[in-house]
Design a protein around this ligand. Structure first.
Ligand code: URP
Ligand code: ZN
Ligand code: ZN
Ligand code: ZN
Length: 474
């Protein structure tokens, strides 16, 4: 009879393609067997009445990025990844952000110095390209892709980060040549700058004007343009953090023409609206992110995209700031004008509970779809499948046991991130992750960290399934 390190017994095991009753045996950090009467183990976890899923993958996370103005992100890699695992996410894909003038290879080294040995989840970096010099395009990116950094993010907005269309085309061209995948932040910077100037001239500077200066049209136009640029290069593209129906329609139209376009949305577009930015005493600053949360019709649209397939990815866009100190989100300048409030909200720990509760518990999506949106599709899109995102023999034993009946509201007190608030305070959640296992090691028990030493590893990634498919067709 076989002997294992761990057996999870009697659970309802859900993957992106099936739900079944079976036991899972783990040996040396990998899934070793699935079935019944598997043998003995050093430890058994009884998952009766619970749901066992592959560890969540959050492919859109910002940690330890510089924000200018002396403002410091609220999470380092230790707290950010602890927060991730407590929310059922065992792999995160944060960004290594190139600032103008920086060597991309030095940037990657610097992020490794911040992350290595400190992570409670597995980690793999996307590269933010803000300065596509001949050195970056000709040498750094090809070398980094060969080393397993197989995705780049480019911005169509933000001073200092924004690329023009020519630069986006050149970066996409390198992606195509090297087999990497490009993610695009789609908002029209010139339109936003124009609207900001008009607002400021009128004295409209409160947090809610962050939303009115970044309208859905500016997102729609940029989404259309990003998809068009990718079509010129004939390369797949991921449209990140989509907030509204107009941008979704651009993605749906491109897909109906056979274009390999992936859509991502986030919890803030399902459960927040621009009204949240209107809270008094600058409390609205706690909800400032880009694109901004919009209205209830946009929430309905995003649910349609989640149910109907426009969205393959559900990510947090975790971008945490504190609110209560000078190094935080509302430093002295931030309290005078929305332009100085850093963009971003925390959410790496609440992402999957919100999707489970609002999606599965409320009957909007199946368990299979929950797994696809929260884990498997991220692994396939970013070159980690089937090592991650799957429960099968040989896959990493990243396993999360959910209690579908556990009901309690989201509260800052119980979260593990470095931010001093959650924009989802009070949202009632039915279904929480209770046991979390990273490559065979239990990192969360009974919903709380086990105190295990940081065992997260850096993951070199292969090609995106989209890129492989595009190359096969070419
Ligand atoms: O407001 C946001 N989303 N901040 C994070 C940076 C980005 O654009 O993803
Ligand atoms: Zn972005
Ligand atoms: Zn982001
Ligand atoms: Zn705790």
């Amino acid at each position: 009879m076989a002997h294992y390190d761990l057996i999870i017994s009697n659970g309802t095991v859900a993957t992106a393609d099936q739900v079944r009753q079976c036991d899972i045996a783990v040996k040396d950090g990998l899934i070793a067997a699935l079935g019944t009467d598997l043998g003995s183990a050093d430890r058994t976890i009884d998952a009766t009445g619970k749901i066992v899923v592959p560890g969540g993958i959050d492919s859109h996370v910002h940690i330890s990025q510089p924000s200018g103005d002396g403002i410091v992100m609220a999470d380092d890699f230790e707290s950010g990844t602890l927060s991730a695992v407590c929310g059922g996410t065992t792999t995160i894909l944060p960004f290594a952000l190139q600032q103008k003038g920086q060597s991309l290879r030095d940037v990657v080294k610097a992020y490794h110095a911040l992350a290595d040995g400190k992570c409670h989840a597995d980690v793999s970096f996307h590269l933010i390209v803000s300065d596509p010099t001949p050195q970056v395009l000709g040498q750094d990116l090809p070398a980094l892709v060969a080393d397993g950094y197989t995705s780049f993010k480019v911005f169509m907005t933000y001073e200092g980060l924004k690329l023009n269309d020519r630069e986006i085309l050149e970066t996409m061209d390198v992606a195509r040549e090297t087999g990497a995948l490009v993610m695009v932040h789609c908002e029209n910077e010139d339109a936003i700058r124009f609207l900001i100037d008009r607002h400021v001239a009128r004295g409209d500077v409160e947090p809610r004007h962050h939303a009115s200066t970044r309208p859905a049209i500016a997102e729609r136009e940029a989404t259309h343009r990003a998809i068009s640029l990718a079509e010129i290069i004939e390369t797949p593209v991921v449209i990140v953090h989509v907030s509204n129906r107009q941008a979704m329609d651009e993605i749906a139209r491109a897909r109906s023409r056979g274009r390999p376009v992936v859509g991502e949305t986030c919890p803030q577009y399902l459960v927040l609206t621009a009204d949240d930015l209107d809270k008094t005493n600058w409390e609205g600053a706690k909800f400032v992110c880009s694109p901004p949360p919009r209205d209830t019709d946009s929430q309905i649209a995003c649910w349609e995209g989640i149910e109907g397939g426009v969205f393959d990815l559900f990510s947090s866009d975790h971008c945490p700031f504190r609110y209560d100190d000078e190094a935080g989100k509302l430093n002295a300048r931030g309290r005078t004008d929305f332009r100085w409030i850093p963009n971003g909200i925390p959410g790496v720990e609440t992402r999957l509970p919100i999707l489970f509760s609002e999606g599965v518990s409320k009957g909007r999506i199946s368990l299979e779809r929950f797994v696809a949106l929260g884990s498997t599709n991220h692994a396939k899109t970013y070159g980690l499948y089937p090592q991650k995102g799957q429960i099968a023999e040989g896959s990493d034993a990243d396993l999360v046991i959910w209690d579908p009946e556990l009901e309690r509201p989201i509260s800052q007190e119980r979260l593990h991130h470095g931010a001093d608030y959650t924009p989802y305070e009070g949202l009632m959640i039915k279904g929480w992750p209770v046991e979390v296992i990273l490559r065979g090691t239990q990192v969360v028990a009974g919903g709380e960290p086990t105190g295990a030493a940081p065992g997260g590893r850096h993951l070199a990634r292969g090609k995106s399934a989209l890129v492989t498919e595009q190359e096969r067709r070419a």
